[in-house]
Design a protein around this ligand. Sequence first.
Ligand code: HC0
Ligand code: SF4
Length: 579
Amino acid sequence: IVKLNIDDKAVVVEKGTTLLEAAQSVGVNIPTLCHLKMHDLNVENKPGGCRICVVEVEGRRNLAPACKTECTQNMNVNTHSLRVINARRTVMELILSDHPPECLTCVKNGKCELQTMAQNLGIREIPFAGEQSHYKIDRSPAIIRDMDKCIMCRRCEMACNVLQTVGCLSAINRGFESVVAPAFEMDLEKSTCTYCGQCVAVCPTGALSEVDNTRKVIAALVDPAKTVVVQTAPAVRAALGEEFGMEPGTLVTGKMVSALKKLGFDKVFDTDFAADLTIMEEGTELLDRLNKHLTGDKNVKLPILTSCCPGWVNFFESNFPDMLDVPSTAKSPQQMFGAIAKTYLADKMGIKREDMVVVSIMPCLAKKYEASRPEFAVNGNPDVDLSIDTRELAQMIKGANINFMELTDEAFDNPMGESTGAGVIFANTGGVIEAAVRTAYEVHTKKKLEKVEFEALRGFEGIRSAEVDFDGLPLKIGIAHGLGNARKLLEDVQAGKSQYHAIEIMACPGGCIGGGGQPYHHGHSSILKKRASAIYREDAGKAIRKSHENPFIIKLYKEFLGEPGSKLAHQLLHTQYFD
Ligand code: HC0
Ligand code: SF4
């Protein structure tokens, strides 16, 4: 135990606690820039590089960075003496001296941590005019890197290397030349980047951002020759409200639909419908492999791995190339939606494929890349034309002067707007496998599932495992969220340390609710947990909670696809993977 005083407040902390943590524990907020703690994820960035968090410690000559300095017995700390404030201002002026002054047109305008800090410190001019860095802007299909705006906080490096273990970003060169980049300063597109977007989610400035597709969406909406249909991913409804100042965990499904109609989309549909469809195809594949396994087929690939998360797909394609035949071949709900919209729906609506534009609203940046993969197009016409993230949708709503808070709830259009609770929970880690179990249990056992909630599959632990009793058959399930956890889980499977029948993997912490395109959560897992509860609330409130009971899914098979796993279903709803 260590006793000290911070701003004249007595503080008692465990040995090893930093001054920053000690101050936070008594409500003293020391400003930070490079520091970022991702609570519950055991990840912390504290290079001590930015020096914004300096404080004065009695008896010490130099100011101390609070994020790196451990508390010692009887320390007297002042977090806002004039000397401290002056030092912070000088540090900020130095950072800004090598930062482009283009805040008005920056993607992060209004949400930039550097901008907020400069304002809080009252910076009005930059006395250190000097040389500025100039880098080429790197545009990948999902993420834009504008390194002129990088402040070397190294948060992205931590996200990419520690949280995700992709190892695509690191600081190269020395001194003024140093920059965070993929190896040999290659473009992101040529690197092993998965487009998970977790680096974007933690970047304090506009150095890393999503590819902005909003102009292209507006162009489609004003084109009278186009019918524009939109699908909304499960996780968006649990976070979009935050962009309008609502409490995290507020469900805004009805307002979101209403806003999309006001924006001019011809049909507002739900990716959750396609999530139900995914369960039909993936669940069938799971049971098929399971039955073959039970009859002693040695060639069957188990565990089956979920394949709906495009960051995860990119990750296993580059990191586990010898396992490309293990994941389910089912396309993601986003892509199943596009494939059905441009065939079955276009037919029903009497329009040509080329005249339909499918837009998706996703919590994810990798979805932009997924939509652009050549295998998801017919004669160059993509199944999903444009994907925008939750933040881009919020910006479009604000740009159209729609008062989001005042909107009255509206319902999705049919037939592709109807979904079950199983489709909704895809947004949470564990949700895809829970949805699959709800259907696979009933199909396999031919018994009715009385309790649809599987608490054992829920939670926030990075790697989880559970056994579900399939009427005497113990189905072993593994779950990982975050690519670092995915790597660990898969390596254990490869080494024969753990055996599962099915594994769900989502690239982002918490699953899609923590996607790289969601409102910024600044590392607070409490926000992710509130979004997760909102999703489970939406599920609990649904009249139908199992995918195979969705009347519009039943109709789709009857009118068009035949059976799950049929030839047409394979042609439209399944894919293959490439290393
Ligand atoms: Fe997800 Fe999805 S659940 S990946 O996280 O599977 O992005 O929300 O849309 O496609 O449905 C994201 C979210 C989706 C897809 C669905 C899946
Ligand atoms: Fe790394 Fe993901 Fe960022 Fe790519 S998108 S650089 S994989 S953190």
